[in-house]
Each structure stands twice: as C-alpha cells, then as structure tokens.
Write a protein that binds this ligand. Structure first.
Ligand code: PMV
Length: 319
C-alpha cells in the first residue's frame, strides 16, 4: 500500500483570544510557515494491531498502546477509528513531524491532531469532509484543553482566515490584499489550559470589569474585521495594540511579551499583540513594508527566540 501523508498548518489569532471563550468574536488565520505532517506506511510483515508511532522531533518511537490514554496523538487516532467504526487497526507506522513550537500560541496541538486524523482516515480508506475532521479535532482539543472555543481546530481544518463566534458561526474572511505578519517567539512556553483557567477565576472574582474587557475585545474584533477586509494596515495595527492592552488587563501577558510588543512598536510597526493563551509564546506585529526588516532585526536583538514572517490571505495553502 502506498505511503499516505497529510499536513496541517499552524495558526495565529489576530484578534479576540480569551474573549472568544465567552462568546465574543475572534479572528484567526493559518500560518503556512509552520506545519505538522503525519505519514503512514503499512507494515505488511507484522501482525500487530498496535500502530508504531514515530515522533522524530521528540526522539520517540513507541507502540500506540504505550502512550497515556489521554495523549493527544492516541486520542486523535482512537477517536478517528471509533468514528469510522474500525475495530482493529491494520499494522502501520505513523510518523508525526512538526516544526510548530509547542505551547507557543501557534496551534501545535490542533495541527498535530488534524494531520493525524486526516492521514489515519485516508489510510483506512475514507475521505472525510472538513466538517467531520473539524468535529473530531475539537474532541481531541476538549480532552487537551478543557473548554476550548474551537477556534484553533476550525482555522487549521479550513485553512482559511476565519471570523469565529463560538457555538454560533464561522465565516471565511476574504482579505482585500495579502497581509504580511511578523511573528516573534518569546521562547517561553505556557499551557493555554492553565491561562484560560486563570482568566475564568478572574471572571468569577470580578465579573463586571472582566466582562467589560471581554466586550471591548469583541468590539475590537468586529472593527478589525472591516479593516482587514478593506486592507487598512494602519488601522489593523492600531486595533492590535489596543487588543494587547486589554489582554494585559486580563493578566495574560508577561514582561517578555510586553517587551517584544514595545520593540516592534518602537521600530515602526503599526501595531502588535500577544497571541493565543499568553504568558509566553508569540507576539505578532503588522508593519509597513519599509520597516519589516528593521522590526525583525530589533526583535532578534531584543531576545526573541525566533522571528519569522508569514503572509495571510494570499491563496489557499496547498496541502
Ligand atoms: O494558546 P492557543 O494558541 O491554543 O490559543 C488559545 C486561544 C484561547 O482563546 C485563549 C482559548 C480558546 O479556546 O479559544
């Protein structure tokens, strides 16, 4: 049997993280500079129904049954198998490689789950619709993150910029022009689940002020949608910085992220903000073309662990 492979790109949230968990709109886009790839080969000479899992980035080669029950890869495979009503897996080796930094706000866990679900279903002879892949990936995210909004798995599955409202709607955003985004990784790793729980505790303690911050973030997402569709970079940048300030008030930033945002702004970016769960991970910046190189080198000089650029809204990324 031929080798099967499937890819899933990373994602970043342009506007609305955390508030999206409480029903406010958010905007997220695929990041095609990073991706997870699952490759499956049949092992015809083996009788085992226990898939062999190879994770080259982590130096792990192990049978599937040796992974913890709630491990995301094990969960992605078993959820897919159950959905397809497959009782026993054929003998196979699944290699999952990813260059998406883990716990950095780039959707690593959702991308790994989606690449795995796609490859396993194809290997078993099924061609799943995006909606089915998205629903399965969301189940994996729930086991990993508790109460996720679903924005990560949706953006990565559909591989398009999305205007997303939890449990309500998901619209594909059409950008007037492609937008270049600078991404700087603080190098600090932080678990989204924990930060989301801290925000929940804050909301319980101070419902009025926290609820007001969520509303303000939601308003920013609404305004940003129109500016993104019109391609007004300066306005998009201004709204990003305002969004960052509100995330600071929610307590999800940290010195390293604030510093990277300041460095981007101080070197000519129109705007910048942290992305995803926060307390580590990445910041993004929207920058006039002439300042992009300056912003990138300033971020590197000022202790970003990694800086790269991605273009959103150009063409749909090929898998
Ligand atoms: O940290 P990430 O990239 O998984 O993004 C999480 C986004 C949150 O809004 C904080 C949580 C969620 O489930 O939407």
């Amino acid at each position: 049997m031929a080798t099967i492979y499937a890819k899933a790109f990373g994602k970043t949230i342009l506007f609305g993280e955390h508030a999206v968990v409480y029903g406010q709109p958010a905007i997220a886009v695929p990041v095609n500079a990073v991706y997870a790839k699952a490759t499956i080969e049949a092992l015809p000479k083996t009788n085992s129904h226990d898939a062999l899992i190879v994770l080259p980035n982590l130096g792990i080669t192990r049978n599937l049954s040796d992974f913890a029950d709630n491990d995301p890869i094990r969960t992605a495979i078993s959820i897919t198998r159950d959905y397809l009503s497959i009782k026993m897996l054929p003998a196979m080796m699944i290699t999952i490689a990813s260059n998406i930094p883990i716990a950095a706000g780039l959707g690593s866990s959702a991308a790994v789950a989606i690449a795995t679900i796609k490859a396993v279903s194809q290997f078993l002879g099924f061609s799943l619709e995006n909606k089915e892949i998205n629903d399965l990936a969301f189940q994996v995210e729930i086991i990993q993150h508790g109460k996720p909004s679903g924005i990560d798995n949706s953006t990565i599955t559909y591989n398009q910029p999305l205007y997303f409202v939890k449990d309500y709607s998901m619209e594909l955003l059409v950008l007037k022009n492609p937008i270049k985004i600078v991404i700087a990784d603080s190098g600090i790793r932080s678990l989204t689940k924990e930060v989301v729980a801290e925000v929940r505790a804050l909301y319980q303690k101070e419902p009025d002020t926290t609820g007001m911050i969520f509303d303000q973030i939601g308003d920013i997402s609404k305004k940003a949608r129109a500016e993104i569709e019109k391609g007004h970079l300066k306005m998009i940048g201004n709204l990003m910085t305002l969004n960052h300030q509100l995330l600071v008030r929610l307590g999800v930033s940290c010195n390293a992220l604030d510093n990277l945002v300041d460095v981007a702004l101080g070197n000519g970016a129109y705007g910048a903000k942290l992305c995803g769960g926060g307390k580590g991970g990445i910041i993004i910046a929207v920058t006039p073309e002439i300042h992009i190189e300056k912003v990138i080198s300033a971020l590197i000089t000022n202790r970003a662990a990694n800086v790269f650029m991605t273009t959103i809204g150009s063409t749909r990324d090929k898998e």
